[in-house]
Design a protein around this ligand. Structure first.
Ligand code: NDP
Length: 317
């Protein structure tokens, strides 16, 4: 470490020194010498910048000079949920096109695997049975994307390109590029629940989106609908989802996020064959592509310039 190195408090929830060093190398390439100090160490207390993912609650409040907290991912619920979050510090989140790309691919994989009976054919293959099912008609199948931000819009765009009839749901009234239809508010939400066959959640976790998908929402979906969640687990009332699937009302679900992560070994989702479980890997932050944004935020803050991708703390995203 050189004396004039920029010091950044760093925390991810993996305890991986390698990851920290990877970030340090990527940021040093862009900012000049910089050191990533583990947030939990004494040396972090004087840092003006923090680069974090699920930091221990209350710890950021101990950094008296903190100017900017940069989320290591696009979601910021891990920060907003800290009751002691330092008020003077701005929150900046990553908005990396590589994340939108990866998440879109994951959603496409989930939808096509379901519609083309992937789980059934894998089971048949295990038994060496060469037996086909009638193919579903999927042209213009109505698909709802809940959350039309950086990621949702890209998902919607790609699904429209695959021939689905896509509608996007946002908080504010918005127009999306043709042929994507738009919906907003509670009425828009309920219209999509009732009219779509596939439901993709890619919402930020806020008080308004917590438990949005409950027994009432699932009951409003068509019989045989399929639910995909790449947003946050707490947007779903998990026992309600399980009940909707076990009753035969929903065809199944593909989930990347859960109310408790890691998903506990005794969670009933593991036992439900119609639920496909992914361990929160739909889109992972890549320092090689995301470092430019982190460096830009630090440079802007150091020069008292406006910050991009600033989080509205009150709104929660
Ligand atoms: P953005 O902030 O860019 O977009 C959020 C979208 O959700 C906006 O369209 C917003 O509406 C909408 N929204 C927010 N609150 C409501 C509400 N109450 N009712 C209706 N719509 C609402 O987020 P991103 O696209 O960057 O990311 C979305 C989320 O995806 C993240 O917060 C994170 O939880 C999750 N994620 C998951 C990953 C994974 O690996 N599983 C990876 C990365 C992100 P409006 O346009 O009106 O503001």
């Amino acid at each position: 470490m050189t004396d004039n190195a920029i010091k950044i408090a760093y925390y991810d929830n993996t305890d991986s020194t390698e990851k920290r060093q990877w970030w340090q190398a990527c940021l040093s390439d862009r900012l000049g010498p910089c050191t990533l100090v583990p947030l939990t160490e004494e040396a972090a207390l004087s840092c003006e910048f923090a680069l974090v993912w699920y930091p221990p609650k209350g710890r950021l409040a101990a950094l008296d000079n903190l100017k900017v907290i940069i989320s290591l991912g696009q979601g910021v619920d891990h920060l907003i949920s800290d009751p002691d979050l330092p008020e003077q510090a701005a929150i900046v989140r990553l908005v990396d096109p590589d994340m939108s790309h990866a998440l879109s691919q994951w959603v496409i994989l989930a939808i096509l695997d379901h519609l083309r009976d992937g789980p059934y054919y894998r089971k048949m293959a295990e038994q060496k049975r060469f037996e086909g099912r009638d193919q579903r008609q999927t042209r213009n199948l109505p698909v709802a994307v809940y959350g039309m931000g950086a990621i949702g819009l890209e998902i919607a765009r790609r699904l429209a390109g695959l021939g689905f009839d896509v509608s996007g749901w946002s908080r504010s009234e918005r127009q999306f590029p043709e042929p994507i239809k738009s919906a907003h508010g509670r009425t828009g939400f309920e219209n999509l629940l009732a009219s779509c066959d596939i439901h993709v959640c890619i919402l930020p976790l806020t008080p308004e989106t917590t438990h949005l998908f409950d027994s009432k929402s699932f009951a409003q979906m068509k019989k045989g609908a399929y639910f995909i969640n790449g947003g946050r687990g707490k947007q779903v009332v998990e026992p309600d989802l399980l009940a909707a699937i076990r009753s035969g009302h929903l065809a199944g679900a593909c989930l990347d996020v859960f109310a408790t992560e890691p998903l506990p070994a005794d969670h009933p989702f593991w036992e439900e064959p119609a639920i496909t479980i992914w361990p929160h890997v739909a889109a992972q932050t890549n320092p090689d592509t995301a470092a430019a944004q982190v460096a830009a935020a630090i440079t802007a803050a150091a020069n008292n310039q406006p910050l991009s991708n600033l989080v509205d703390k009150k709104r929660g995203y």
